[in-house]
Design a protein around this ligand. Structure first.
Ligand code: G4P
Length: 536
């Protein structure tokens, strides 16, 4: 089969949502519909309900045994669908942002009772930055939710994207009758059923069909008015606008009751883009480029202490990946071959011989990979666009056992390679600072450093507002900072110079005093301008 037909068969996407909106439930239902799993309850939630490290570690242990939860590959209508899992906890949001760099589209789940929530907005910002095509699924229509038109308005206002409902509900909660498919003029009747898929649909001859009155009596006019209103307010759906990331089609349903899923999945396979071209340090690489290339977007440690190996997840971007063939690890300038690459079917992990653009492969890694690393068939370029944000919480990390300094150094180095946390080392001192998205990460790090590396550590609080990567043209530009603020200057792991501001007020003051320096709070892995600006 030609590489082009392999590419066109593939769709790689992620489901994103604020915790509890129904991501896990929808994932499971998509797998049920596609036939990849037979019974409900097979997909384990990766949510951490009690926000405790022990819960996280328990979940991670289970995931370690079955890493398949990181990528779920299934077939539907002769397509190969790669669903990339994202963590359910907000303290792991950065992991989600990185995973979003490896997909070609997303499905966003919104709870109809809660509407757009904090995490929904943040995740969508990342999608908007990359113009990732988005399909929106408004979930839990079996509950008394907000007015659908009001929800659509909120989506447009808060997510800065145009929306176009493709189905529209009649009633909600106890009054929920079902959804009207605006394109096919079909009404799908809602029936609560958590275990089975029962579909009852009826076709109408447009919304003026008198059949609607027979079926819905007094509600028929409400449905007509709603649909006229929708057609009046919202532009026609256009696949091109959706694929450019400008327009999001919207579906309504109830994931737990298997309702609205088929429409979602059928539309997804019809309109979601196949693997797309990607930007590198030397230009764009198209998926049908003959030579293989790909990048690591996630590193997953296996918490089984008997197996220290990690798995690096690589997204194939072009060409064909083959087992046991030598590839160029661009950062290390080393040729590597992989004897046991893994692919992930819905329930299991298996040995992989070949992989194509859009696929995600698991490479056993003994410490050679970092997030953003690129493999090629010889060329020297790195994939761009893998984001790194300023952490939200900072702590000074110290080894509490002077005889275990080596283990401490190694542990910190390895664990921060996974992207769990960022390490900053004081430019003119030895102080090591760990920055994370949420407090839970400190507990996880402490536990893992002790259990995997035998290093006991303590985390000390420090006043910190944000980390800013410094961009400047001339070393003179940072003279003032180096002279008066050296205790706030750090190097990140790539050697780039970072200013950690104590407070927002101090940051503004320092920024005013150093007009020639650009302070940036998010950068990209593999951003050469940053890495080269190091003064360390
Ligand atoms: P998440 O991965 O986005 O965090 O959400 P998840 O699927 O775990 O769903 C969160 C809660 O919402 C779950 O209830 C789930 O059963 C419920 N849910 C999902 N879809 C629907 C729906 O269409 N209607 C209603 N009414 N509820 C839905 P839970 O009580 O937290 O967990 P569980 O005990 O049911 O597993």
């Amino acid at each position: 089969m030609s590489i082009n037909s392999e590419i066109n068969k593939r769709k790689t996407f992620a489901i994103i949502s604020h915790p509890d909106a129904g991501k896990t439930t929808l994932t499971e239902k998509l797998l049920l519909f596609s036939g990849a799993i037979q019974i409900a309850g097979a997909v384990k939630s990766n949510k951490i309900k009690k926000t405790a490290a022990s819960d996280f570690l328990e979940i991670e242990k289970q995931r370690g045994i079955s890493v398949s939860t990181s990528v779920l590959t299934f077939n539907y209508k002769e397509q190969i669908i790669n669903l990339l899992d994202t963590p359910g906890h907000k303290d792991f949001a950065e992991d989600t942002y990185r995973t979003l760099t490896a997909v070609d589209s997303v499905i966003l789940v919104v709870d109809c009772v809660k509407g757009v929530e904090e995490q929904t907005e943040k995740l969508m910002q990342v999608c908007r930055m990359r113009n990732t095509p988005v399909i929106i699924f408004i979930n839990k229509l079996d509950r008394e939710g907000r007015d659908p038109i009001e929800l659509l308005d909120e989506l447009e206002a808060k997510l800065s994207i145009r929306v176009r409902p493709l189905t529209f509900p009649l009633g909600m909660g106890f009054q929920f009758r079902g959804v009207y498919n605006l394109h096919k003029n079909l009404f799908a009747f809602y029936k609560a059923n958590k275990t089975r898929v029962e579909e009852v649909e009826k076709e109408f001859n447009g919304i003026d069909d008198p059949g609607l009155d027979e079926e819905f009596r007094d509600d028929a006019d409400k449905l007509r008015n709603d649909i006229k209103l929708i057609d009046g307010i919202y532009e026609e759906f256009s696949i091109e606008e959706y694929q450019k990331g400008n327009l999001a089609p919207v579906f309504f349903g109830s994931a737990i009751n298997n309702f609205g899923i088929r429409e979602l999945l059928d539309t997804f396979v019809e309109i979601a883009p196949p693997p797309l071209k990607r930007e590198t340090t030397t230009g764009f690489i198209s998926p049908n480029d003959e030579k293989f290339s790909g990048f690591v977007f996630k590193i997953h440690a296996n918490l089984d202490p008997k197996h220290r190996d990690r798995i690096a997840f690589l997204r194939v971007c072009s060409g064909k990946f083959e087992r046991n063939k030598f590839y160029n690890h661009v950062r290390l300038k080393r040729e590597l071959k992989f004897a046991n690459p893994a692919s992930f079917m819905a329930q299991s992990k298996s040995l992989l011989e070949t992989a194509y653009p859009g696929d995600v492969i698991g490479l056993y890694d003994s410490g050679l990979f970092k997030i953003g690393d690129t493999l090629t068939e010889g060329e020297n370029f790195m994939f761009k666009g893998i984001p790194r944000f300023s952490p939200e919480v900072f702590r000074i990390v110290r080894s509490t056992d002077p005889f275990k300094t080596k283990q401490f150094e190694k542990g910190i180095e390895y664990l921060t390679d996974e992207g769990l946390a960022q390490l900053f080392t004081q430019n003119l001192g030895n102080r090591k600072v760990i920055g994370v998205v949420g407090e839970l990460q400190f507990e996880v790090l402490k536990y893992r450093l002790l259990n995997e590396y035998g290093a006991s550590v303590e985390f000390l609080p420090m006043p910190a507002y944000k980390a800013f990567w410094l961009q400047y043209n001339d070393k003179e530009d940072i003279n003032d900072l180096v002279r008066f603020r050296s205790q706030n200057l750090y190097n990140d792991k790539g050697g780039a110079l970072v200013y950690i501001a104590e407070t927002e007020y101090m940051f503004k003051l320092i920024q005013e005093k150093n007009p020639k320096v650009k302070f940036v709070s998010s950068v990209e892995h593999n951003d050469q301008t940053i890495e080269m600006d190091s003064v360390a």
